[in-house]
Design a protein around this ligand. Structure first.
Ligand code: NDP
Length: 335
């Protein structure tokens, strides 16, 4: 069982004397900068001159160029999109690093795949919230928590206490920070992105297509599929009653249907595909493919997006705008 750290065993004083820089004021950057400030720190904020920069100014921060913050701060939270980080790091951050500086990443991606290799003497830690940025802020202000994965490259001294202090300052140890590794974070994250979510999405599309083909009304099927919000309720029940425990909330017919049919889905072909996905992530083949796709200007990604938005399900959703708004409000979201 992984070691879990909570607020009361973490000393924030390891950050005193450090100048904290937050690079990027996007999803995570804004949330983490605000949480750090409310925890008593005064982070330096960096962002390009655009809407995110204006938002940081509205939030009361003085916003500096990235290179300036890299120069001034000795604990840098790199909160840029993973695919952007290597270039910005090489051009605007690395030239300003000094021995004793610490780089803190919110994902294991670039460190694990070696696309960012800090010089000797510069520490590397990871504080990866398992939560979207807006909720990192929202849960902090409500004094609630979210899980977090922390890791440290220990070659240059005891860096884990620094990672834990950052996690605590952003609200990531109220619920618990799990001691992890850069590799583990990448596998967990990418495997969910490339197997779990596409698997669920593909099955949902199949459900929609088959029922419409069988004469059912597309808007009623879309409502049943996700717009009713039942999906969200089942996910919430999994947290409250357990992954299998929530089955008891369904009818006996549903319970028997689910339990007796689930193994049937696991064909040898599917299992082979799952192994393929894991191997692509672990070997770095997916990473190499994604780098090449970006260099080419993302032609495949653009085509895939277009294909997705042309699906009849997207058209049915568009017709149900009013229902979407009500359903989103009732489950705490917004359209
Ligand atoms: P965002 O997409 O929100 O962008 C972050 C910042 O990067 C923005 O301020 C953006 O500013 C800036 N940026 C984008 N392109 C450039 C560029 N070329 N040069 C300079 N600045 C640029 O990122 P996230 O917050 O989603 O992700 C940050 C990190 O957090 C990543 O490592 C991610 O894996 C991790 N993470 C993200 C989670 C999430 O929910 N999103 C959850 C947990 C971890 P602008 O474009 O306005 O200049």
């Amino acid at each position: 069982m992984a070691r879990i750290y909570r607020d009361d065993e973490i000393d924030l004083r390891v950050l005193s004397g450090r100048t904290i820089g937050v690079i990027g004021y996007g999803n995570q950057g804004r949330a983490q900068a605000l949480n750090l400030r409310d925890s008593g720190f005064q982070p330096w904020v960096a962002n390009r001159d655009d809407e995110y920069r204006r938002e940081a100014v509205r939030d009361g921060f003085t916003v500096h160029p990235i290179a300036r913050v890299a120069e001034e701060a000795d604990l840098l939270l790199i909160l840029l999109p993973d695919e952007i980080q290597p270039q910005v790091y090489a051009e605007q951050i690395e030239p300003h690093l000094r021995a004793g500086d610490v780089l803190c990443f919110a994902s294991g991606y670039n460190v694990h795949y070696g696309t960012i290799e800090p010089p000797a003497g510069v520490g590397v830690i990871m504080v990866a919230p398992r939560m979207i940025g807006s909720a990192v802020r929202d849960l902090y202000t409500k004094r609630l928590g979210f899980p977090c994965l922390v890791a440290a490259m220990e070659d240059d001294g005891p860096l884990l206490p620094i990672a834990l202090a950052v996690a605590r300052a952003i609200g990531g140890t109220r619920l618990g920070a799990f001691q992890s590794s850069f590799r583990e974070e990448v596998l967990i994250d990418l495997f969910a992105e490339q197997m779990l979510w596409p698997g669920i999405i593909k099955l949902c599309l199949l459900y929609f297509e088959k029922l419409v083909e069988s004469g059912c009304d597309p808007e009623i099927v879309a409502t049943e599929l996700h717009l009713s919000g039942e999906f969200v309720e089942i996910a919430k029940a999994m947290i409250t009653h357990g992954f299998f425990g929530q089955l008891k909330l369904h009818s006996q017919t549903s319970q028997y249907g689910q339990l007796s049919r689930m193994d049937r889905m696991m064909t040898p072909e599917l299992l082979a595909r799952v192994d393929e996905v894991v191997d692509e992530i672990a070997s770095g083949r997916f990473h190499a493919e994604w780098v090449a796709e970006q260099k080419a200007g993302k032609p495949k990604m653009n085509a895939l997006w277009q294909q997705a938005l042309e699906h009849p399900l997207a058209k049915s959703e568009a017709k149900l705008e009013a229902l979407r708004k009500i359903a989103a409000e009732s489950c705490g979201g917004a359209v």
